[in-house]
Design a protein. Structure first.
Length: 333
């Protein structure tokens, strides 16, 4: 049977994680070789890290450090590059990364790492955010809500739960200190520069069904990023902006395709929750209302994508799979 490119798949997600780490290890090996004589580093520490990256899931911080290390080397910023290389070769970077819920502080992530996470996520100059750690009480609430959402997904959508285990094994709970509580506040993000992590504004999540849907959303982004190894789904000029039903501000086509694909993933998750028989009456009403909005937004945005997107071959296959599922398996409720 031909594999479905749309629905979550735990085995495929494990392979995406392996490929992402392999790509990081190969690139790091080249960086280490190029930096010989320019930066100071232990060969044993480099070998230990490369072996770890190829062997098992690692902290998403390694991807964030790598991205800034390459930029520093290209800019010939030797002091910054040495500092980043020292961070990369800490023993903790080679340790296996397991599923955990953390916040944006050094106690959770390590010295100097929270700033790297924040910069990796805050990559759009047109959208102002300022990510910050949540307090102990909010972190405890967030962890309890994550557990409740995980239990729901385990029963309703085990394939999605399995995908999350591999592409989002670290959940980073944050608040947006720039717009705390505002309607335009940051909701969440997944980026290839933090492979293995999903960053969520937990102040915007109040129910287990909301959080489960948010996880489906961000895991969908991670799936696309892992499949493309961070490359765009389309060949449209990234400087070109398009207006769509999904955002008030014009966005690049790659962002619109990403957002529309993950809308379909949210619909898939919402259908699984509605079918599982575990929702209370209020939860079911909430999910049905959100689902109706998501379905309308997907249909509206699909028209723009059909007329304007210039897909790369793999990106076109992924988008077609999402469209086919919405058309054939996801009628409006």
């Amino acid at each position: 049977m031909k594999p479905c490119l749309f629905r979550p798949d735990a085995l495929r997600a494990a392979e995406l994680d392996r490929r992402a780490r392999q790509a990081l290890a190969d690139s790091l090996a080249s960086v280490f070789e190029a930096a010989q004589g320019y930066l100071s580093a232990s060969c044993a520490a480099q070998t230990r890290l490369l072996t770890a990256v190829r062997s098992h899931p690692i902290t998403p911080g390694a991807f964030a450090i790598y991205a800034e290390l390459v930029e520093a080397l290209h800019a010939e910023e030797r002091i910054s590059a040495q500092r980043l290389l020292d961070m990369m070769l800490r023993p903790a970077m080679a340790e296996p990364s397991t599923a955990r819920v953390v916040t944006l502080d050094e106690a959770s992530l390590g010295e100097g790492i929270p700033d790297l996470y924040a910069r990796a996520v805050d990559d759009d100059p047109g959208v102002r955010i300022r990510l910050a750690a949540v307090g102990a009480e909010e972190l405890a609430r967030g962890r309890a809500l994550c557990n409740a959402a995980a239990d729901l997904l385990h029963a309703a959508a085990p394939d999605l739960e399995g995908e999350i285990e591999h592409v989002a094994h670290q959940l980073v709970l944050v608040r947006d200190a720039f717009l705390d509580g505002g309607s335009a506040a940051f909701d969440g993000a997944a980026t290839f520069y933090l492979w293995g992590a999903v960053v969520l504004n937990i102040t915007r999540q109040t129910t287990r069904t909301q959080l489960a849907t948010a996880l489906a959303h961000e895991a969908g982004h991670a799936y696309l990023l892992g499949t493309m190894l961070g490359a765009p789904l389309v060949d449209n000029d990234p400087s070109e902006r398009f207006r769509s039903p999904l955002r008030s501000d014009p966005r690049p086509m790659d962002g619109l395709v990403h957002a529309s694909f993950v809308l379909a993933r949210m619909l898939w998750c919402q259908d699984r929750m509605l079918d599982c028989g575990l929702l209370e009456a209020a939860e079911e009403r909430e999910v049905r209302a959100a689902r109706a909005i998501n379905h309308r937004l997907f249909v509206d945005s699909a028209g723009l994508i059909a007329s304007q997107a210039c897909f790369r071959p793999e990106g076109g296959k992924l988008w077609q799979a999402a469209q086919e599922w919405v058309a054939n398996g996801c009628p409006p409720n």
